[in-house]
Ligand binder design. Structure first.
Ligand SMILES: NC(=O)c1ccc[n+]([C@@H]2O[C@H](COP(=O)([O-])OP(=O)(O)OC[C@H]3O[C@@H](n4cnc5c(N)ncnc54)[C@H](OP(=O)(O)O)[C@@H]3O)[C@@H](O)[C@H]2O)c1
Length: 382
């Protein structure tokens, strides 16, 4: 029996965590003809939850409190249920969807695609922003974007930690820069959701990932597949320390999630000796955890022909490929811990003040699913 109301964490407006209100009387959505109704068991947290809540997606002046707009209109309206990387089970289907899908355990491709072009996604909007997401007991999503992942070896929380917000973004960073087998790739923000995905994806395509992180996380990153770990601490010596790790060979492409003052140094690791290069220097940027503004000389960019790619999300083809790799066991979950949905405020606080050893993802589990799907991974602070 599907209930008529559910528990959900509703975002009531831009601002602090007080804007996240836990409610017990939110109507359970009815799936449209091409949708499925999913009983949520785990939803991974992403930086975008906080950024969208705080209105930190300015495209005009840096002090705007806003989220991005599509066609001149905001798609984030309130109240909104956030949470993009959703895992759960199908419990009802729309008229055009086969009822044989009921019972499937799956992972959502989180995009709100503007059209059906499989290799182009010009509108980086997503469930949890332009439509309700997974910080609830139930969610209605496009049937074709809810991928069946039967793998018994992956728990629901682990599967959520492999959500597309990180993995598809990471993959598109690599495809945008046309990274190929054998290339040396610098990965900044390497211990985060996107960074850990990048390290694994580099290995899958045969590229060699050099992780920029903190040395305290070095061992964990090497285990995940990093060739070497470069401490992000001293920027003055960053280029020489990186080239020491590559035995003097230039970095072929940079996957940047940090931005700020580091990006210019990252570019220097590619252009020290152009004689040694076989391809143009390439930098994909998908995040700016270290600052939204970077300073660099345009002469350096055009004389050394540095190609820069802005990356948001990825394409339907890329999501489908990632789901195949998950099913095939080539990608491994990097799950830190779980919080109850009713404790999302604590999860947010933990997320912004993570300790030196933090690696991977936080997942949020509805209280009604906690004992099975959350408790085994309970965050120690709970
Ligand atoms: N464009 C998109 O579609 C898209 C999608 C997902 C995420 N993002 C963005 O990509 C970035 C990374 O996302 P994520 O989910 O991987 O984040 P995350 O899990 O929070 O990891 C970010 C990592 O960046 C490093 N870092 C944080 N602050 C830093 C600073 N001030 N200077 C240098 N390094 C710093 C830390 O790694 P170390 O301790 O290892 O250095 C941290 O673990 C975020 O800015 C996020 O908003 C964008």
């Amino acid at each position: 029996m599907i209930p008529s109301v559910m528990h959900a964490m509703c975002l009531m407006g831009h601002g602090g965590v007080e804007q996240l209100v836990y409610k017990s009387d939110v109507p359970v959505p009815t799936p449209n003809v091409d949708e499925v109704l999913v009983q949520v068991t785990a939803t991974a947290k992403n930086n975008t939850d906080r950024k969208a809540r705080e209105g930190l997606y300015p495209v005009g002046s840096s002090d705007e409190v806003t989220s991005f707009q599509m066609g001149g209109s905001p798609t984030l309206t309130f109240p909104r249920i956030q949470g993009a990387d959703i895992v759960g089970r199908i419990i009802a289907v729309g008229h055009q969807v086969s009822s044989s899908r009921i019972g499937e355990r799956g992972l959502l491709d989180f995009n709100l695609y503007p059209d059906h072009r499989p290799d182009l996604n010009l509108m980086p909007d997503y469930y949890g922003h332009g439509a309700d997401g997974g910080y609830a007991e139930y969610v209605a999503v496009k049937a074709e974007q809810f991928y069946h992942i039967p793998n018994d070896e992956l728990s629901d929380a682990e599967l959520a930690s492999m959500g597309m917000c990180s993995y598809q973004t990471a993959y598109h960073m690599l495809t945008a820069a046309k990274v190929v087998s054998g290339e040396r790739v610098l990965v900044s923000g390497a211990s985060g959701g996107v960074g850990t995905a990048l390290i694994q994806l580099c290995r899958i395509i045969g590229a060699i990932p050099y992780a920029v992180s903190q040395l305290s996380k070095g061992e964990m990153l090497m285990k995940l597949g990093a060739e070497e770990v470069i401490d992000r601490g001293d920027l003055n010596t960053f280029v020489e320390r990186t080239l020491a790790k590559t035995k003097g060979k230039p970095i072929d492409a940079v996957m940047d999630l940090v931005g700020g003052e580091m990006t210019d140094r990252f570019i220097d690791t590619m252009i020290q000796d152009m004689h040694q290069r076989k391809t143009y220097p390439r930098l994909s940027i998908a995040g700016a955890s270290g600052g939204n503004i970077s300073q660099m000389m345009w002469t350096k960019i055009y004389l050394y022909q540095v190609q820069i790619f802005g990356v948001s999300h990825g394409t339907q083809e890329e999501a489908a490929q990632l789901m195949k790799w998950i099913r095939g066991g080539q990608l491994k979950p990097v799950l830190h811990s779980a919080f109850k949905l009713s404790e999302l405020h604590q999860a947010e606080a933990f997320f912004v003040s993570r300790n030196q050893q933090f690696l991977g993802k936080i997942v949020i589990v509805p209280d009604s699913q906690w004992d099975i799907h959350g408790k085994p991974y309970a965050n120690p602070s709970q």
